[in-house]
Design a protein around this ligand. Structure first.
Ligand code: F6R
Length: 605
């Protein structure tokens, strides 16, 4: 959601910034813009609605600069348009600014300070640059005006801000609160970006910024100060990830590449977390802290929430600690009665989701311990939680999450096993995680190797349909709702994931001739019941598709799953569902990796 890049001191500002924007493209956006200045009186502002390719087509050969800022916008306040795209400019044309986040009190600020200013956009962001322009006009220096404007943003506001003063274009002014932002340390120039991936072609050394900090970034200087104006010294951290990890590597779409990578991710997790002797590489302090709690709360959004539902089964079975799973955006403002000694687990691919972060902030205030399970080291939720476990899935670029979901479940299984082993719990001791995750990896491989069969099913049942259902019971219901989310988000087929037994209590009214109903059956205890529910919808004209474990399969079942541990079946059952979603989207001619209206990292509440 919104990408932000800046650079100072390199005479290839345009190509550097455009490259950075392209690397952030996957996050989702609907307009883009760039401002560059050559420090000799020439500057250029170019903005467009639509894709970065359109922005590039508007950049003529004469456009050049040694300092610049660029942005991809995901509309929140105001429609996607060139006028609403960033950078925004102060009324006197002196200050240029890009912003990620939300200014919650922008209306009040407009009324109180800027009633006479002619705004060029409908955005909340423009108010900040107009405030800087006003305060500079009243006699403050650029830095003072920048700081004063920021001091007026209310507590609910979130921002990553980059600003250039046209009258003094050798400094990039930077500020951050809640929205992610990193300084990239280079030789002879410096960069700034909302995600390290944007700048891995020029540096692997990044300085994280903390909330409230302000930076003056120059060619050979990085001057950080905290909210009170004290100088801050912080060493860079090294990002070892190869820039090519975020390339498509011969695939037409990232989503398919990432689906195919899942067996390798399972093996990587065994390598990262399981010792040769079967013991686990999980910090004893983390295990002790979780064991000291009387209830675990898993908090997450979207697909990560669905991974949490499976984690609930694993933690209760092996760690024997009562566990609840909550949607972050609900939990933040409608908190249940908490246990006496709660422990919080935040599941988040990006580590930046604002809804989850809001809950973590609240729980930190209450001094409750927490763990973030994330794919992104040094991400905000990782830094702010008491503990972190990494997903080691490699960059997930497609907006629809696939390998992060399965990696989250695998890490939850490892964690549950680690706690159970520490308790000498027999079920946990018997759960041979190396063997079980290896079986999963092999099973996933069999399924991705047969993807042509799924492609045919998508062509037969999903190309034309308006709606669809996934049904399942118990753990298969957990998979069904993730499967439904996958299908709807990339193919735009209205899909519901339903508890199979609940369908007849109302929703069965929606079944028509030809409605696809895909049932997931891996749990022996409820298989016969789900089969009956299949019959009920088939009798009303539905096209029934079955995704069934080998031991429960009947002749005529379209997708048969390799056998794995009963609590790990979502790891294999989701593979055909991910592939069905991928092919349905592709066959319908949609932009698989960048579905409409969606963003990869959702940094607003
Ligand atoms: C769906 C998807 C989203 C994310 C959700 C949370 O495919 O990717 O539902 O799972 O926005 O994001 P993270 O995991 O980054 O907190």
């Amino acid at each position: 959601m919104c990408g932000i890049v800046g650079e100072v001191g390199n005479d290839q500002a345009v190509s550097l910034l455009i490259h950075g924007l392209k690397k952030l493209e996957y996050r989702g956006y609907d307009s883009a813009g760039i401002y560059v200045n050559d420090e000799h009186g020439q500057d250029y502002l170019i903005k467009t609605k639509g894709r970065i390719a359109e922005l590039e087509s508007k950049i003529t050969d004469d456009v050049h600069g040694t300092i610049g800022i660029a942005h991809t916008r995901w509309a929140t306040h105001g429609i996607p348009s060139a006028a609403n795209a960033h950078p925004h400019v102060s009324a006197d044309g002196r200050f240029y600014m890009v912003h990620n986040g939300v200014i919650t009190n922008f209306k009040e600020l407009k009324q109180e300070y800027l009633a006479d200013v002619d705004f060029k956009s409908e955005t909340d962001s423009e108010v900040v640059v107009q405030l800087v322009g006003k305060f500079a006009d009243e006699g403050l220096s650029a830095l003072e005006a920048f700081k004063k404007a920021i001091s007026l943003l209310d507590a609910g506001s979130a921002y990553a801000l980059l600003m250039i003063d046209r009258e003094n274009p050798e400094t990039l002014y930077v500020a951050k609160k809640k929205s992610p932002l990193l300084i990239g340390v280079c030789d002879g120039f410096n960069v700034v970006c909302s995600d390290a991936m944007a700048m891995l072609n020029v540096t692997h050394d990044f300085i994280e910024l903390h909330d409230g900090e302000i930076v003056e970034l120059r060619k050979n200087e990085i001057k950080i100060q905290d909210a009170q104006g004290n100088a801050v010294e912080r060493k860079p951290f090294h990002v070892s990830q190869d820039a090519s990890a975020s390339e498509k590597g011969g695939y037409e779409h990232f989503m398919l590449k990432e689906i195919d990578e899942q067996p390798a991710v399972m093996r990587k997790l065994i390598q990262e977390y399981v010792n040769e002797d079967g013991t686990l590489k999980i910090d004893q302090e983390l295990i002790d802290t979780i064991k000291a709690s009387d209830r675990i709360y898993i908090v997450a959004a979207g697909t990560s929430y669905h991974a949490g539902l499976v984690g609930h089964e694993l933690l209760e079975k092996f760690a024997k600690i009562p566990t609840e799973v909550h949607v972050a955006s609900e939990f933040a403002y409608n908190r249940p009665l908490l246990a006496k000694k709660p422990f919080f687990i935040f599941l988040t691919q990006s580590g930046e989701t604002a809804d989850s972060r809001q809950v973590l902030n609240q729980m930190n205030e209450l001094n409750y311990p927490s763990l973030t399970i994330t794919n992104v080291p040094n991400s905000t939720l990782s830094r702010e939680a008491s503990f972190t476990l990494l997903l080691h899935a490699g960059p997930e670029i497609a907006v629809a999450s696939t390998k992060a979901y399965t990696a989250q479940i695998a890490v939850e299984a490892i964690l549950a096993k680690a706690i159970g082993m520490d308790n000498h719990d027999q079920a946990a001791l018997d759960f041979d995680i190396r063997k079980e995750l290896t079986k999963v990896a092999n099973g996933m491989q069999e399924l991705v190797d047969e993807k042509h069969k799924i492609e045919e099913l998508a062509a037969k049942y999903l190309v034309k349909t308006r709606n669809a259902f996934y049904i399942g019971r118990a753990i298969d219901y957990d998979t069904a709702i993730e499967a439904a989310l996958k299908l709807k988000e990339v193919s735009y087929i209205q899909t519901e994931g339903f508890a199979a037994g609940e369908l007849k209590h109302g929703t069965i009214a929606l079944i028509e001739e030809g409605t696809p109903v895909i049932s997931i059956i891996t749990d022996q205890a409820v298989a016969a019941h789900t089969r009956s529910n299949q019959e009920e919808v088939a009798a009303r004209g539905a096209n029934v598709i079955s995704i069934v474990s080998e031991s429960l399969a009947h002749s005529g079942d379209q997708i048969v799953l390799p056998e794995v541990h009963p609590l790990l079946t979502p790891l294999v059952a989701i593979i055909p569902a991910q592939l069905l979603a991928y092919y349905a989207s592709e066959q319908r001619g949609y932009d698989v990796d960048k579905p409409r209206n969606l963003a990869k990292s959702v940094t607003v509440e």
